[in-house]
Design a protein around this ligand. Structure first.
Ligand code: HEC
Ligand code: HEC
Length: 272
C-alpha cells in the first residue's frame, strides 16, 4: 500500500513534463479552433457591392478611368454580346421558364414564337409583352444588345437569326463627320417599315392629324422628300415641330424608324 501511494504522489520529471504539456494542449486547441473559425468567416465574407455606399465608392474609384474613356471620343460604347446579355439579364426567367417564359434551348417553347419572325420578337423584347418586361427589365440595355440576346436565345432553339453587328469603327468615324444629321442605317427596308407605320405612324400619317403629311399623298410628300432621306430620317428620329421623336413611340429602334421613313418615302413617290 505504502509503495503504491508513493508512486501516485511522487511524480518523476518525465511525468511532470507530460502533465504540463497535456495542460497546455487544451488551451492551444481552443485557440487553434478560434483562429480557424475567424478565417472561415473572413473567407465567406464577400465585399458588399449592392449597397449604395459601396456603389458610390466604386464609382469614385473608377472615376479617373471613366472620365478618360469619356474624353476619348473615338472609344465606341462596348455593346455586350447576346450571350453576355442573356447571362446577365434574360437567364433569370428564360432558363427556369419563370412566369411562363419560353425556356432556353427548348424548341417546343420557342418554335411558334420564332415563326413570328426576328423583328416581331425584337419588338416584343424591347416593348415587353404580357409577363415579359420591356428589355427584360434592364432599361440600360441598348436596342442592339436586346436584339442580340433575342437572336442568341432563338438560335439556341433552332432559329437562324443574324444578330446586329457593332458598327465598324470606320462607319462610326463617318457618322461623326456627318455632323448633327443622324447617320441612317445602311439599308432601310420599306417592307419592314409597313408594320412600324401601322403600329405607330398611322395615328397621324394615316389621316393627316396635326398637319402630318398623309401616307401616299405625293403633293404633301414631294417637297419633304426633296430634303433627302437622311434629313427625313433625322426629323422622324428626333422630331420636328408637331412631329414627335420616333412618332412618340420611344420603344421603336432606330432601324424601325428608318424602315418606317423608307415606307413613307416610297409610298410618297420618292426613291431611297
Ligand atoms: C422577369 C422575367 C423575364 C426576363 C428577365 C426576361 N423575360 Fe423574356 N419573357 C418572359 C415571359 C414571361 C415571356 C412570355 C410572354 C408571353 O408570351 O406571354 C417572355 C417572352 C420573351 C420572348 C418571346 C416574345 C414573343 O413574341 O413570343 C422574347 C423574344 C424574350 N422574352 C426576350 C427576352 C430577352 C432578350 C430578355 C433579356 C434581355 C428577356 N426576355 C428577359 C419573361 C422574362
Ligand atoms: C402624333 C402624330 C404623329 C405621329 C404618331 C407620327 N408623326 Fe410624323 N409627322 C407628324 C407631323 C404633324 C408632321 C409634320 C411636321 C412639320 O413638318 O411641321 C410629321 C412629319 C413627318 C416626316 C417629315 C419630316 C420632314 O422633315 O418633312 C416624317 C419623315 C415623319 N413624320 C415620319 C414619321 C414616322 C416614321 C412615324 C412613325 C414611327 C411618325 N412620323 C409618326 C405627326 C406625327
Amino acid at each position: 500500500m505504502a509503495d503504491s501511494h508513493a508512486k501516485m504522489t511522487q511524480a518523476t520529471p518525465q511525468e511532470i513534463l507530460i502533465s504540463v504539456l497535456a495542460g497546455l494542449f487544451a488551451p492551444l486547441l481552443a485557440i487553434f479552433l478560434i483562429v480557424m473559425l475567424v478565417l472561415s468567416i473572413q473567407a465567406k465574407h464577400k465585399p458588399d457591392t449592392s449597397s449604395e455606399a459601396a456603389q458610390k465608392a466604386t464609382l469614385e474609384r473608377i472615376k479617373p478611368f471613366a472620365t478618360l474613356a469619356a474624353l476619348d471620343a473615338n472609344a465606341p460604347k462596348v455593346e455586350k454580346s447576346g450571350q453576355e446579355v442573356f447571362e446577365a439579364v434574360c437567364t433569370t426567367c428564360h432558363t427556369p421558364g419563370a412566369l411562363g417564359a419560353p425556356k432556353f434551348q427548348n424548341k417546343a417553347d420557342w418554335g411558334p414564337r420564332i415563326k413570328q419572325g426576328y423583328d416581331t420578337l425584337i419588338k416584343h423584347a424591347l416593348e415587353g409583352i404580357r409577363q415579359m418586361p420591356p428589355r427584360g427589365g434592364d432599361g440600360d440595355l441598348s436596342d442592339t444588345e436586346v436584339a442580340r440576346a433575342v437572336a442568341y436565345m432563338a438560335n439556341a432553339a433552332g432559329a437562324d437569326f443574324k444578330a446586329p453587328e457593332a458598327p465598324a469603327p470606320a462607319a462610326a468615324g463617318k457618322a461623326a463627320d456627318a455632323g448633327k444629321t443622324a447617320a441612317a442605317p445602311a439599308k432601310p427596308d420599306p417592307a419592314k417599315g409597313k408594320a412600324v407605320f401601322e403600329g405607330t405612324c398611322v395615328a397621324c400619317h394615316g389621316t393627316g392629324v396635326a398637319g402630318a403629311p398623309k401616307l401616299g399623298d405625293k403633293a404633301a410628300w414631294g417637297p419633304r422628300i426633296s430634303q433627302g432621306y437622311a434629313t427625313l430620317y433625322d426629323h422622324a428620329l428626333h422630331g420636328i415641330r408637331a412631329m414627335p421623336a420616333k412618332g412618340g413611340n420611344a420603344s421603336l429602334s432606330e432601324a424601325d424608324v428608318a424602315n418606317a421613313v423608307a415606307y413613307l418615302v416610297t409610298e410618297g413617290g420618292g426613291k431611297l
